[in-house]
Design a protein around this ligand. Structure first.
Ligand code: NAD
Ligand SMILES: O=C(O)C(=O)C[C@@H](O)[C@H](O)[C@H](O)COP(=O)(O)O
Ligand code: ZN
Length: 359
């Protein structure tokens, strides 16, 4: 299957392009350039065969090293970053060398962090292999790892030099991972791009088929939104917070579940919670709350969570990066496509919203 390549520019101090298409990975050298000598490909075992093929295709031009890292969230640990730094140290990896993040959001978050920290920053090319990675994690330069206390607590804002989203790799992606990635696409729909929601509602089977035009459209709309937002507010001083819609409770759920829940599944519940919160605060209609549930359920994403975990979740939410001086802040909607911040809602309101998603 062939498909034209779309180039989505990400503006900012260090601008770069996101390439979306097929057959892009065999041409990865075009993004690496001629100054690079060594390339470290950071990938999980699931991508082992494809990482080997990538190494083969690059080995004529570069010395290629592979770092196979633990799968999914297990990759986002300091020990795993240290494993990558050790490979780089032992191979005299210099500032003219490059890191390639090849995997889902967990692998690209780790690879970004490794690239940002090695010698205080080496060239980084992100090659996302999941929907969440393509529409969100690999774009925008938020890199990081987890600590025992919470998710993404250590990291850096560090822009890649290019992002290569090659749909060919999605052939192997399990359907539940694909649907989890749609949570971030739905997020983009609710916060800013209602067209995404219309496309999903029109035909959910078509939009979740990576060979369809509809799939490509919602992926490109989501990347386009992310590019605009991070171009304006790279280090999240304001506007970028909208990309955190649903993540305040979502991250707390992931942490409480010791990362056995997929990120997208947790964010799905988190978005319904945020919608209920906005409704209780009097800013969002019940129709839009219901629309959250119907769209997310049509994608087989969860919209509820066990009621008994509130104290743990609340404690974790208090460590959310958007909190200020002990006050939890939530991205909420006033309408589809219109966001605002709800600062320090009282605990009774939070608990009432939680009861609406609780089972
Ligand atoms: N930095 C950001 O802006 C940002 C944005 C969104 C998400 N994230 C982070 O990304 C992570 C979630 O990303 P994710 O949903 O991609 O999960 P993931 O990286 O854990 O990947 C999900 C699973 O799919 C497998 N996989 C990946 N590509 C595959 C392929 N092509 N074929 C078969 N299997 C494949 C992985 O090995 C893993 O088991 C979370 O850690 C989240 O915090 C970061
Ligand atoms: O790019 C952003 O900004 C986001 O918030 C995107 C989120 O989807 C993503 O999960 C991000 O990693 C969350 O970051 P955090 O700052 O809340 O840890
Ligand atoms: Zn996310």
């Amino acid at each position: 299957m062939t498909m034209e390549t779309t180039v989505i520019p990400v503006p900012g101090v260090s601008p770069y392009d996101v390439l979306v298409g097929r057959g892009l990975l065999p041409k990865l050298h075009e993004q690496l350039g001629e100054r690079v000598a060594k390339v470290l490909i950071i990938h999980p075992a699931t991508l082992g065969a494809r990482a080997n093929a990538l190494r083969e295709s690059l080995s004529e031009r570069y010395e290629v090293l592979l770092a196979e890292v633990p799968d999914a969230e297990d990759a986002k640990r300091i020990e795993v970053a240290a494993f990558c730094w050790q490979i780089m140290g032992r191979t005299d990896f210099t500032r003219t060398d490059a890191v390639v993040g090849f995997g889902g959001g967990a692998a690209t978050d780790l690879a970004g962090f490794v690239a940002a920290t090695w010698l205080r920053g080496v060239r980084l090319i992100q090659c996302p292999t999941t929907v969440a990675g393509m529409v969100d994690a690999a774009v925008g330069g938020k890199t990081g790892i987890n600590t025992a206390e919470g998710k993404n607590l250590v990291g850096a804002f560090y822009a890649p030099s290019a992002v290569v989203a090659d749909f060919d790799v999605l052939e192997d992606l399990p359907r539940n991972e694909m649907l989890a990635g749609f949570a971030e696409i739905v997020k983009c729909g609710f916060i800013s791009v209602p067209e995404i929601l219309d496309i999903i509602e029109a035909d959910v089977d078509k939009v979740t088929d990576p060979r369809s035009d509809e799939f490509r459209r919602v992926v490109e709309l989501s990347i386009g939104l992310k590019a605009r937002v991070v171009g304006e507010d790279f280090t999240e001083t304001g506007l970028r917070e909208i990309l955190n819609y649903g993540h305040t409770l979502g991250h707390a759920i992931e942490h409480a579940e010791r990362y056995r829940w997929r990120h997208g599944a947790a964010v799905s519940v988190g978005m319904v919670f945020a919608a209920e919160l906005a409704h209780l605060a009097g800013s969002l209609s019940s129709e839009v709350v219901d629309r959250h549930r119907s769209i997310l359920q049509s994608l087989s994403l969860p919209v509820d969570y066990p009621l008994g975990r509130w104290n743990t979740l609340l404690a974790t939410m208090q460590r959310d990066k958007k909190a200020r001086a002990g006050m939890i802040r939530f991205v909420v909607l006033d309408a589809v496509g219109r966001t605002s911040m709800l600062n320090g809602p009282d605990e009774a309101m939070l608990y009432s919203a939680y009861q609406e998603v609780g089972v």
